[in-house]
Every structure is written in structure tokens, then in C-alpha cells.
Design a protein around this ligand. Structure first.
Ligand code: NAP
Length: 283
């Protein structure tokens, strides 16, 4: 299979101030790409941009993906700085840990604004330019939580389920325009995602370890850069997640029973003696 060269390609990474996004920005930069670092935390992305070679190699664009004009501005400013966008990585995202019976509607809207509307606006803004270029690649960071019913992550999962269907539909719609679309399923990754998530009550959490849970973000970043070279339909980084998704399609009752075990282990007070981290999170 052909491997696409990333030297001097222009890559926009949303949510580049931390976690998977910052690791991806570094990995794209070391592959020779010019990176656009978009996030709300301006000092953080500026420090990272200096590390990656400063103006010319790394552009910082303070961006709130929940704000339509901010996302449109991110695309316009990238085009005025670099004249093109080769790869858009919709990575910025936010979790919401709460039972559905307790979620707050304004917070639900915010989660959908960040996880669904932000990527959609960015896609609508870049597609005409990629079409003119005759080439482009959109990479959306998804999650298994958008395909299986993980208790207390219903709103996060529903938002990512929406992004999954957008991704899969877009792939079909954009193929004639020579724009590739890849979905990334990272599995559990050791970032500040749980700390940064919205929450109702303190106790709903899937990772109780101070050292965190899951793969180092650098592993996912390397995989995403590889996906940028190969343009696969999807890239999965968790065997466990894929096993739940595939098995649950054929035996949904089995999946419900596994998720009930997670519910009993996570919902306070814990009702299960089983080490729930073995149920869902490979450590
Ligand atoms: N960690 C996991 O286990 C895991 C698993 C599967 C999928 N994912 C997905 O991976 C992606 C990255 O997550 P992560 O683990 O790296 O989480 P993280 O460490 O919390 O990083 C989230 C990033 O998103 C940015 N962000 C949040 N709200 C934003 C907004 N309104 N506008 C612009 N940027 C915003 C944050 O930057 P600012 O706060 O500076 O804006 C930050 O850079 C997310 O889409 C997440 O759903 C994560």
C-alpha cells in the first residue's frame, strides 16, 4: 500500500494543548509536517509551538471548538498562514460522567457542541479547500464508548456515536472528491481526560488509580501518524474495546450483562466484589 509523505504537509490538530492532541502534534512535527495547534489554553500551545520549531513549523491558534466563529477563524487563519490544509484532526473532546437521570441539559449541549458540532463546522470549513486541492484527509478521534453502552458515560457516548455516524457517512460522501476520512478508536489512554470531564457527583469514574489507566498517548499519536500515511478506514488501538463492540453486535444480551457489571462496580456504593478495572480498563 502507498505510504503518503508527511514532509511539509499542513496538519490542523484540535485539542493540541494536552493528552493525545499534544502527543499527535509532536509526532506529526517529527514526521516533517507543519502543525497548527488549536485549543483554548494559549500559553500551553505557545510553549509547545516553540518546542516544535516556532513560526513556519508550528502555528498556534487559540480556538474554542464549541464556538462556530472560532472554528471558522481557525481554518481561515491556517489558510492565510500556510495556504492549504492537508489533514484536519478533530481531536478536541470532553467527557461527562453522570447517570442519565441526573445530567444537566446545558452541560449536555456543551458536550455535543464540543464533540459533534465543532468537528462538523471544521469539516464544512475545510472541505471546499481540500476539494480545490484535489486531496485531503479528515481524521476524527472517536471512542468505543460511542458504540457500547458504558454506564454513566451515556451523554459522552451519545455524542461520540453521533460523530461516528458523521464520520462513516462523510467517508462515503467525500470519496468522489478525493478526500479520505479515518476514524480513530484509541481505547483507554492515560491522559487528563477523566479529570477534565464534566461530572455530576464525585464518584463516577472509571480509573481510580493515581498513576492513571490505559496506553501512553504517544502510542496513539504514533498510530495516528501512521494512519495519516496509510489512510485506513478506521484505526483501533484497543482489542478489549473492539471485542465488546463486535461481540455486542451478535450477542447484545452478553454486552448488557458486562456493562451491568461495570455499573455495579462504579456506582457508589460499589455492589460488586469483582475488580471492575479488569472488566473494562486494561491497566
Ligand atoms: N483518554 C481516553 O481514554 C480517550 C479514549 C477514547 C477517546 N478519547 C478522545 O480523545 C480525544 C482527546 O482526549 P484526551 O484523552 O487527550 O483528553 P484531554 O487530555 O482532556 O485533552 C482534551 C483536549 O481537548 C481540548 N478541548 C476541550 N474542550 C475544548 C474546546 N471547547 N475547544 C477547544 N479545545 C478543547 C483541550 O484543550 P483546552 O482545554 O486547552 O481547550 C485538550 O487539549 C477526545 O476527543 C476524547 O474523547 C480519549
Amino acid at each position: 500500500m502507498k505510504s503518503i509523505k508527511l514532509q511539509d504537509k499542513v496538519v490542523v490538530v484540535t485539542g493540541a494543548s494536552g493528552g493525545i492532541g499534544a502527543a499527535m502534534a509532536k509526532e506529526f512535527a517529527s514526521a516533517g509536517a507543519r502543525v497548527v495547534l488549536a485549543a483554548r489554553s494559549q500559553p500551553v500551545i505557545e510553549r509547545l509551538a516553540n518546542e516544535l520549531g516556532g513560526p513556519g513549523r508550528a502555528l498556534t491558534l487559540p480556538t474554542d471548538v464549541a464556538d462556530v466563529s472560532s472554528v471558522e477563524g481557525m481554518v481561515e487563519q491556517t489558510l492565510s498562514a500556510f495556504g492549504r490544509i492537508d489533514i484536519l484532526v478533530n481531536n478536541a473532546g470532553i467527557g461527562y460522567f453522570a447517570p442519565l437521570r441526573q445530567v444537566k441539559l446545558d452541560r449536555v449541549r456543551h458536550v455535543f457542541d464540543v464533540n459533534v458540532m465543532g468537528p462538523l463546522v471544521a469539516i464544512q470549513a475545510v472541505v471546499p479547500h481540500m476539494q480545490t486541492q484535489g486531496d485531503g484527509h479528515i481524521i476524527n478521534v472517536l471512542t468505543c464508548a460511542g458504540r457500547i453502552p458504558i454506564p454513566f458515560q451515556g451523554i459522552y457516548g451519545a455524542s461520540k456515536a453521533a460523530l461516528i455516524l458523521l464520520t462513516d457517512t462523510l467517508r462515503v460522501e467525500l470519496a468522489p472528491l478525493r478526500i479520505a476520512v479515518t476514524g480513530i478508536y484509541p481505547g483507554t489512554v492515560n491522559t487528563s481526560f477523566e479529570n477534565n470531564a464534566l461530572r455530576e457527583g464525585d464518584s463516577y469514574t472509571l480509573c481510580p488509580f493515581e498513576s492513571g489507566c490505559g496506553s501512553p498517548p504517544e502510542v496513539i499519536a504514533r498510530g495516528v501518524v501512521q494512519a495519516a500515511r496509510r489512510r485506513p478506514r478506521d484505526a483501533w488501538f484497543s482489542f478489549q474495546g473492539r471485542r465488546y463492540v463486535v461481540t455486542g453486535m451478535f450477542w447484545p444480551g452478553w454486552l448488557d450483562a458486562r456493562m451491568a457489571e461495570v455499573r455495579d462496580a462504579v456506582e457508589p456504593p460499589p455492589k460488586s466484589d469483582r475488580p471492575w478495572e479488569d472488566l473494562l480498563i486494561p491497566r
